[in-house]
Each structure stands twice: as structure tokens, then as C-alpha cells.
Design a protein around this ligand. Structure first.
Ligand code: PMP
Ligand code: GLN
Length: 379
């Protein structure tokens, strides 16, 4: 058998979570909260099930949830999306990204990714038969490098994938950077896949610059988010994609034969819960407190803190602690110190190693304090 994905092994998130559990380490590796979601959300799922809402929903998702997403996109980003023809509920952002790519990328088309990037993008492009074009974010700052993006555009470029707030670096694109991308793509037919799963986690008074805000981007964009991140339910695997009707029609052709649709009671529960914007509007403050607690705890250690403008990830430089390459450092940290982390090299095709590792701070205060105690003990 010739593998479709010869370079793919088990994801780093699975590997590090397994090691954390084997070593009984505090798991700040894989990104997921260790605290409960709002019990009202669980009640809403139970209620939907008890109401008998347990059969297939419409292919694109239950209308009330699509309406709730449209209302949110209008309120936050001032863009009208039709719930009927421009929003689809997906099995997490993961499926939304894969299905967007399968819907528009033809074999041989070039797709630009900005490295470091989330680990599913490259295999997704390869499954579509696309050619991956890797453009680095600026070294050290992880900001978009428009000269290099411009240089990577060719007549064969089908799409570019962006991710702000950015996993793993925690940078967020400014309005000016989004406008630069808009200007760069204006003379082209290049599509945009905008992974915005951390849209509600932006710190220090910023606002999230969704592709939906910019007319010249929205007209060519799949805008993708994840309820798992926003409502502390990563295991529910429900997300959404918004795109202009013509793009969405192509998306749905693939979606209907990919998953057809996603689970009914959770969709009704999310629709009910979304009627109150307070939970997502309060999420940035909630995570900013955790970020600040975690950063303060590392301030007097030899970990060098990188900026964290958004997401629930804090990256740190490790070279003042020892000489280990990132992956070995993470194994050492998990086994010997008792805290799991993720090497940034896992987000690069060539395993580029800059001695930076990522911690997830979506954890209870007591978990963060326990991890900090262990990290501070390194001296
Ligand atoms: N994109 C990024 C940048 C992510 O960090 C994640 C979650 N790890 C996903 C997509 C996938 O989201 P979901 O769990 O909703 O599939
Ligand atoms: N998005 C999560 C992270 O970056 C991991 C999700 C997964 O395990 N695939 O840590």
C-alpha cells in the first residue's frame, strides 16, 4: 500500500498527552480546558434530547443555530451572512478546514500556509492533491511577512490559509495587516481560508480582526470558528463556516458526502445558549486573567516569555535552561519536571527548532499554580 500521507505520524498533541498521563505530569500540552463548561449548556443538550431532537438535522445544520451564528457575525463584524445559504455547521473547525480545502483545491493547485501553522493544514492540502507553499511568519515576532507572501503568489495559487489569533504563537493580526492582505489579494482570484477558532480570546483591549470585517477578504473567504474553544467543550467537536453563497454551495457539495451533518441536540443547545452573548463577550477577560497569572509565575524563571496577544497558549524560549532541542526539552520537562508542553517545531514542515515551546493556560487556577510551582523549581 502506498500511503496517501507518507510523512504523517501520530499528532504531537496525542503523543504529549499520552506521555503526560504516563508520567503523571500536569498537562499544559494539548490545548483543552481542564474545567467544566457552563452546566446550563449541558442542561440544554439534555433538554433537546428529551424533547426528541435526536434525528438527522438539515444537512447544513439546524436553522436556529445558523441564525444565531449569523446574528453574532453581524453584531461583531458588521457583515451579513445568510443563515440559509452562507453558514454551515461542521464537526469542529477541523472538518470545516478540510472540507473548505477539498471543495476548492484541485490537484496541482498551490495553497499558501504561513509557518508555524496548525498541524492539520498541510495534510489537508495534500489529501486534495494541492501543492503546499510554505511561507514563514517573521522570525521571532511571528507576524505576517507581506513581501514573502507576495513573492509566493503565482497564477496557480488557489488559496491562502491564515490563523489569527495564532496557534501556537499567540499573535493576533492587526486591522492594518488584514488590510494589507486585502490589498495584496485584490487583483487575484486567490481564496482565503481564515481559521478564527480563537476569535473570542484577544487581550489587552484589542478587538478580533475577522476576515468578515473586510469586504475584499469576506468576498473570497471561508471564515471558520469552533464552539469547542468558545464554550469549553472541545470534545463536542462542533464548529461553523461562513462564506459567500457561491463558495458555500461548493462547500456543501463536499460536506454532504463528508459528514452529511453534525449532531442535532448539541446544535439546539448551542443555539439556545448563544442567545446570550455574555459568555463569548466575557471570554477574553476570563483568559486574560489566566494568561496574567501564568506569565507572572514565570517572570522570575529562566523561561523567556514571548508576547501573548490572544489564544490560550503561552510560548516561551528555553535556551537559558538547557541545550535540549524542543522535542527533547518537552519530553524532559514532562518526565523530569512534571509539566507537559508542545514543541513549536511540530508546527513546521522541516521541524525548524528555535528553542521555543508552548504551554496551554486554559486550566483551573490550582492546575496553573501546581504547574508554576514545578516550573519555578527548575531554578
Ligand atoms: N485550528 C486551530 C488553530 C486549532 O488550534 C484547533 C484546535 N486545536 C482547530 C483548528 C480545530 O478545532 P476543532 O477542535 O473545533 O476541530
Ligand atoms: N488544537 C489543540 C492544540 O493546538 C489540539 C487539538 C488536537 O489534539 N488535535 O493543542
Amino acid at each position: 500500500l502506498i500511503s496517501r500521507l507518507p510523512n504523517v505520524g501520530t499528532t504531537i498533541f496525542t503523543v504529549m498527552s499520552a506521555l503526560a498521563s504516563e508520567k503523571n505530569a500536569v498537562n499544559l500540552g494539548q490545548g483543552f480546558p481542564d474545567f467544566a463548561c457552563d452546566p446550563q449548556l449541558v442542561d440544554a443538550v439534555t433538554h433537546a434530547m428529551q424533547q426528541g431532537l435526536n434525528q438527522y438535522p438539515p444537512m447544513a445544520g439546524v436553522p436556529v443555530l445558523r441564525e444565531a451564528v449569523a446574528t453574532k457575525l453581524k453584531a461583531l463584524y458588521a457583515r451579513d451572512y445568510s443563515a440559509a445559504s452562507e453558514i454551515t455547521i461542521t464537526a469542529g473547525a477541523t472538518q470545516a478546514i478540510l472540507t473548505s480545502i477539498l471543495a476548492v483545491v484541485h490537484p496541482g493547485d498551490e495553497v499558501i500556509v504561513l509557518e508555524p501553522c496548525y498541524d492539520s493544514y498541510v495534510p489537508n492540502i495534500e489529501l486534495a492533491g494541492g501543492v503546499v507553499v510554505r511561507v514563514p511568519l517573521k522570525p521571532g515576532t511571528f507576524r505576517p511577512d507581506f513581501e514573502r507572501i507576495a513573492a509566493a503568489l503565482t497564477p496557480r495559487t488557489r488559496a491562502i490559509l491564515i490563523n489569527s489569533p495564532h496557534n501556537p504563537s499567540g499573535t493576533t493580526w492587526t486591522a492594518q495587516e488584514m488590510q494589507q492582505l486585502e490589498a495584496l489579494l485584490a487583483p487575484t482570484d486567490v481564496l482565503l481560508i481564515s481559521d478564527e477558532v480563537y476569535e473570542h480570546m484577544v487581550f489587552d483591549g484589542q478587538v478580533h480582526q475577522s476576515a468578515a470585517r473586510f469586504a475584499g477578504l469576506a468576498e473570497r473567504a471561508f471564515v471558520i470558528s469552533s464552539f469547542g474553544k468558545t464554550y469549553h467543550v472541545t470534545g463536542w467537536k462542533v464548529g461553523y463556516v461562513a462564506a459567500p453563497a457561491a463558495l458555500m454551495a461548493e462547500f456543501r457539495k463536499v460536506h454532504q458526502f463528508n459528514v452529511f451533518t453534525v449532531n442535532t441536540p448539541v446544535q439546539y443547545a448551542l443555539a439556545h445558549y448563544m442567545a446570550d452573548p455574555a459568555p463569548y463577550l466575557g471570554l477574553s477577560d476570563f483568559y486574560q486573567q489566566k494568561r496574567d497569572l501564568f506569565r507572572a509565575g514565570l517572570a522570575n524563571t529562566r523561561f523567556k516569555l514571548l508576547p501573548c496577544e490572544g489564544t490560550y497558549f503561552q510560548s516561551v524560549e528555553t535556551s537559558a535552561i538547557n541545550d535540549l532541542p524542543e522535542a527533547d526539552f518537552c519530553k524532559w520537562l514532562t518526565s523530569e519536571v512534571g509539566v507537559a508542553a508542545i514543541p513549536l517545531s511540530a508546527f513546521y514542515g522541516d521541524g525548524f527548532d528555535q528553542r521555543v515551546v508552548r504551554f496551554c493556560f486554559a486550566k483551573k487556577t490550582e492546575t496553573l499554580e501546581l504547574a508554576l510551582e514545578k516550573l519555578q523549581a527548575i531554578g
